[in-house]
Design a protein around this ligand. Structure first.
Ligand code: SAM
Ligand code: SF4
Length: 311
């Protein structure tokens, strides 16, 4: 189905939990997140039911499972198994638990993963995640994803002024050696985040200063893709100026069952409540159509939390 601006809305991001085993400084408060009552979080069967109804409404092309950290949700493999027959099913993860799950996720039908890493320096990784995470752990996660055909692997880095803003060029070379594609994300000033923003243009200028001129080659979803003189591809995702909004094809389902038409918030639909109050499938499908028709053209980031809506 197309929205009011002619965009085909066929990509659903599903946050399966608000919990996480890390506390990234750009995402969650150090003290942790406000505890959402366990009963408010959708059960696995409820997530499955809602995703099927949204698929009936929109004929989804792609589903991305996210969180919080999706791999801390019990039953994650069976959830993947229920979604994979509907549309291409992918996952965004911090990678910590990936070596344990890669083989099962692949067998369940997951097609690929995006993994987050924000530095090549262990001290900075620990500073950003506020946990004892190392480069070796992330390299192991990438290795297990590739060994289990969850590829091409994309690696996401949120660029933070004075923290890792001197690292993109080195990370591009590292990613090339690992056989993965690096993507740099502008920091969005969301609730819970305590960092400084570096604009996409500034990230690119820093990369060119170290690696020489780069060429823009394509747009892949929300990422502008570039190639260096030595042939290494990388991406820049710059949501803050709203430049990606014109091509947005996404809806987001939170772990409590709220369907959001825009990362920046706006009017939403409480599908969890509709499901639990016994509304008919046809009513839920029609409400999804109404929400898509009202999807805003663009929004201003802020006021919502990444761990809740899944990035
Ligand atoms: N826990 C998983 C992970 O970190 O990959 C999935 C959830 S996380 C909320 C999804 C994506 O959002 C990650 O790539 C993360 O880097 C990104 N993210 C979180 N907070 C952000 C912020 N304030 N600005 C930009 N990206 C952010
Ligand atoms: Fe957890 Fe991902 Fe947020 Fe980091 S970005 S705190 S790993 S949900």
């Amino acid at each position: 189905m197309k929205d009011g601006f002619g965009r085909r809305i066929d990509y659903l991001r599903v946050s399966v939990t608000d919990r996480c085993n890390l506390r990234c400084i750009y995402c969650m408060p150090e003290a942790g997140i406000p505890q959402i009552e366990h009963s408010a979080i959708l059960r696995l069967e409820e997530i499955q039911q809602l995703v099927e109804l949204i698929h009936q409404a929109l004929n989804l092309r792609k589903i991305r499972i996210t969180g919080g950290e999706p791999l801390v949700r019990r039953g994650i493999v069976s959830l993947v198994k229920s979604m994979a027959p509907l549309a291409e099913t992918t996952m965004t993860t911090n990678g910590i638990l990936l070596p344990k799950f890669s083989a099962e996720l692949h067998a369940a039908g997951l097609s690929r993963v995006n993994i987050s890493i924000d530095s090549l320096k262990n001290q900075v990784i620990r500073e950003v995640t506020r946990r004892d995470v190392s480069l070796e752990m992330i390299e192991e996660a990438i290795g297990s994803a590739k060994a289990n055909c969850l590829d091409p692997v994309k690696v996401n880095c949120v660029v933070l002024k004075g923290v890792n803003s001197d690292e993109p060029a080195e990370m591009i070379k590292w990613a090339s050696g690992m056989g993965v594609t690096m993507r740099f994300i502008e920091h969005m000033p969301m609730t819970g985040s305590v960092c400084s923003h570096v604009a996409g243009d500034e990230i690119l200028t820093g990369i060119c200063a170290e690696l020489g001129p780069v060429k823009k080659i394509s747009t892949e979803g929300t990422a502008e893709m570039y190639v260096t003189d030595s042939g290494i591809r990388f991406g820049i995702i710059a949501p803050v100026g709203g430049g990606m909004c014109a091509n947005c094809t996404r809806l987001r389902l939170t772990a409590e069952g709220e369907l959001l038409p825009c990362l920046a918030g706006g009017e939403s639909l409480d599908l969890g409540l509709m499901l639990r109050s016994g509304r008919k499938d046809s009513e839920i499908i029609s409400a999804v159509h109404d929400l898509v028709a009202k999807k805003p053209h663009h929004g201003a980031c802020g006021g919502v939390s990444m761990w809740r809506i899944g990035g």
